[in-house]
Design a protein around this ligand. Structure first.
Ligand SMILES: OC[C@@H]1[C@@H](O)[C@H](O)[C@@H](O)c2nc(CNc3ccccc3)cn21
Length: 450
């Protein structure tokens, strides 16, 4: 491949989320979130870790912005904590909570760093969960009102808005498998939750248009391309169904206004219909300005009769390199999913809103972290993104997950994804990893070594 030179205006960024970095879980009037409740429930999180303090970003955000400047990122994707702003999820505004995000955005703009706000990255107000959470259609309405508040408060300051982060994870990890908050385990509930999440996305888009705001609005989906383990018809079929289950189940409603037909039929036949209302699909498929794609790895799938509704199982790729999460390192999958989304779903601009890897990072006596595996992982994925760009995919930016090590959900602090090392044991000190210094060069030159 010839020299890899990205466009001058390519938006190089890094991403985080509120519950994973902020801490101050009950400070300055913040309401309880379902992740506060879940992490305080014994047995849910590795080592009994919680987000009570996390990276203490609520107090250290100025230092963190200085580190963003040192790395040279052009944009910072973060999420706002709904219960920090609306403690009960609706009604009363917690001004101190809102003021934190005002200070954060003001300081980002002063640092010439473009904010991208994700309105929902999993930390639902517990008060709404107590009324059914995302199983209750009213939550979609309350989300849209929270979005309206944020659009109005940050009008003219923030011009990149993401409604939801990974509705698949919220629906299935949170409501089918119980690995995430609120921890219920019912597949049909997950389908109902997915529908209400998508509905709330469309309602927020309507309000964004109504408020006639400058900027762009989109949604972020975790897209994991599925590849058949063999070329048998049954393997191909199994892969196609799992691909629909994770990817098309969300891409199709947002861009085509309908759920994938065959899978919808399988669900209805086996589980009965989840509740919808006339007009829902029109709301869900309102025109958006961009799609955010979170890519980490692929799935290799083979036919397995009777194992589940899909007659499919994911094959563990033992002989392939993988990250600390056990996810196969497969950069080609990023190219494949970018091209497929652009070809089959939308010609709207795309952002890679998350891509990164957990490795066993060690802090040396000299305060260094030699994370060459992460440099190789990111470099290989940047090359695939570049290949997609050269093949005509309207890729506008790339947000590395993550700016800093943080609370990795059910894994607690045992997994490190950051460009910045966080020394949790010693006052949450921050150290730039070698990958941060490497990323700074990539951003400065707009080039990745071939
Ligand atoms: O696991 C790394 C990150 C996580 O820290 C982010 O909050 C989240 O947006 C995120 N999504 C994925 C990919 N999808 C996924 C699938 C199953 C469980 C959890 C995440 C990875 N990550």
């Amino acid at each position: 491949m010839a020299k890899i030179i990205f466009p001058e205006d390519f938006i190089w960024g890094a991403a985080t989320s509120s519950y994973q970095i902020e801490g101050a879980f009950n400070e300055d009037g913040k309401g309880e979130s379902i992740w506060d409740r879940f992490s305080h429930t014994p047995g849910k999180i590795e080592n009994g870790d919680t987000g009570d303090i996390a990276c203490d970003h609520y107090h250290l955000y100025r230092e963190d912005i200085e580190l963003m400047k040192e790395i040279g990122i052009r944009s910072y994707r973060f999420s706002t904590s709904w219960p920090r702003i609306l403690p009960e999820g609706k009604g009363r505004v917690n001004q101190k909570g809102l003021d934190f995000y005002k200070r954060l955005v003001d300081n980002l703009l002063k640092a010439n760093i473009r904010p991208m706000i994700t309105l929902y990255h999993w930390d639902l107000p517990q008060a709404l969960q107590d009324k059914g959470g995302w199983t209750n259609r009213d939550t979609a309405k309350y989300f849209a009102e929270y979005a309206r508040l944020m659009f109005e408060e940050f009008n003219g300051l923030v011009d990149l808005w993401v409604t939801h982060n990974e509705p698949w994870v919220v629906a299935f990890e949170g409501h089918a498998f119980g690995n995430h908050a609120p921890g219920t385990k019912d597949f049909k509930t997950a389908l109902q939750v997915a529908h209400h999440l998508l509905l709330s996305h469309g309602m927020a888009v309507d309000i964004f248009r109504e408020e006639d705001l400058p900027g762009e609005i989109g949604i972020t989906l975790n897209l994991t391309p599925a590849y058949p383990a063999g070329d048998s018809e049954k393997d191909v079929k199994a892969a196609s169904l799992l691909d629909d289950y994770i990817n098309a189940w969300f891409l199709s409603p947002v861009f085509k206004g309908s759920y994938p037909e065959e899978l919808h039929h399988i669900y209805e036949q086996n589980l009965g219909a989840f509740t919808t209302q006339p007009g829902d699909m029109d709301i869900i498929s309102r025109d958006i300005d961009f799609l955010g794609i979170n890519y980490y790895s692929r799935m290799v799938v083979r036919h397995k009769p009777g194992d589940n509704l899909f007659n499919a199982e994911v094959v563990k790729m033992e002989d392939r390199p993988s990250t600390e999460m056990g996810w196969e390192i497969y950069p080609q999958g990023l190219y494949d999913i970018l091209v497929r989304v652009n070809k089959e779903y939308t010609d709207k601009p795309l952002y890679i809103t998350e891509n990164g890897a957990a490795f066993d990072d060690k802090l040396t006596e000299e305060g260094k972290i030699h994370d060459e595996k992460r440099i190789n992982y990111l470099g290989d994925h940047f090359k695939q993104a570049y290949k997609a760009l050269k093949d005509g995919v309207p890729l506008r930016g790339y947000y590395v997950w993550s700016l800093m090590d943080n609370f990795e959900w059910a894994y607690g602090y045992s997994k490190r994804f950051g460009l910045i090392y966080v020394d949790y044991e010693n006052g949450n000190r921050r150290f730039l990893k070698d990958s941060a210094l490497w990323y700074r060069e990539v951003i400065e030159k707009g080039q990745v070594e071939a």
